[in-house]
Design a protein around this ligand. Structure first.
Ligand SMILES: [Mn+2]
Length: 322
């Protein structure tokens, strides 16, 4: 698919991604918006997204044009591009999606069956940005578009370290680097840097973690009282589950935090394809990838952990690990 062929006659185009947007979501939406504004100068291109981190705001080009309050005078967009998710995760942009004349879905989540009239959903791709690159014409890229795509790829591959990183991922990233943006600074600011509060709450989560299933799994949780004590928001907890999964001997990490009484947002990480955490998250109404998935569950945390533990144990037994 080439995106310009799909949007030739469109005068109004909306772009959005999932709630709680991450680097791949914002990067793919803004790379796409800049590309369409360059190449379809007569079209109006609107991007709708929830608020995101100041690091993304600062490093991703064009974020000053994002519509965060979801107010528009366009009733029916000629086209709606749903990036890095299926339509059910669009949040307040759902209505624009439903009313659009044409819908296009570009995504790499394995649980997404493809929700658009036109779909480019490739679960083996590292990131939506890797797919967005493929629907663009290489010779029409600019430095800002390249930088935005690179930020998304860095986010979803853990700086090209996760198993979703392929030869193609590296080839595309290498091509993007030729545009000469400051990638060491981007990687540090977008990926490695943490605020003092984030470091402290990560420390708490590590201190209070427990091993189970013969040390093959690790679990930790942060309750609302602790969140309030550190004045932490949900985005301050990003990365805790992957840090837990770095524990030697652990194949699977579960991290949860309380969003309201007895409602937990659960983040799952696996270090092996033998534990498919997307399958576990799906059982609780969530989804994701084999090695990274999440869900929101309404139950006491020990019930959640007991139920998840059984499912993980089953997978480990099936693979002869336990
Ligand atoms: Mn993604």
């Amino acid at each position: 698919m080439k995106i310009l062929d799909e949007l030739r006659d469109c005068e109004t185009i909306a772009i959005s991604g999932h709630v709680r947007p991450d680097g791949d979501c914002v990067g793919s939406c803004m790379a796409m918006a800049l590309y369409l504004r360059d190449n379809l100068p007569d079209a109006r291109v609107d991007v709708f997204l929830e608020d995101f981190s100041e690091e993304l705001e600062k490093n991703i080009a064009g974020t000053d044009t994002v519509n965060h309050d979801y107010v528009t005078d366009v009733e029916h967009y000629d086209a709606f591009l749903c990036l890095d998710c299926e339509n059910t995760r669009l949040g307040d942009a759902m209505g624009f999606y439903a009313a659009a004349k044409k819908t296009i879905n570009i995504d790499h989540h394995k649980t997404n069956p493809g929700c658009g009239m036109v779909n480019f959903v490739v679960p083996t791709a590292s990131s939506t940005c890797e797919l967005v690159y493929q629907v663009m014409d290489d010779e029409k890229l600019t430095k800002d578009i390249a930088k935005n795509l690179y930020i998304g790829m860095v986010t979803d591959t853990g700086v090209f370290m996760f198993s979703n990183t392929s030869r193609q991922t590296m080839a595309i990233a290498g091509r993007l680097m030729e545009f000469g943006f400051d990638y060491p600074t981007i990687v540090r600011e977008v990926f490695h840097e943490k605020s003092y509060v984030q470091q402290q709450i990560l420390g708490r989560a590590l201190l209070e973690s427990i091993l189970f299933l013969d040390g093959k799994c690790i679990f930790s949780r942060i309750d609302r009282k602790t969140m309030q004590f550190y004045q932490a928001t949900s985005s301050d907890l990003d990365g805790i589950s992957s840090q837990l999964s770095n524990t030697k001997g652990c194949l699977c990490a579960i991290f949860m935090y309380e969003v309201k009484p007895l409602t937990y947002k659960v983040s799952l990480r696996s270090t092996t394809d033998d534990v498919d955490v997307a399958r576990i998250a799906e059982k609780f109404g969530g989804g994701g990838h084999i090695r990274a998935a999440g869900c929101t569950v309404n139950a006491p945390y020990h019930d959640i952990i007991n139920n998840m533990s059984e499912l993980i144990e089953q997978q480990l037994t099936d693979h002869g690990i336990l």
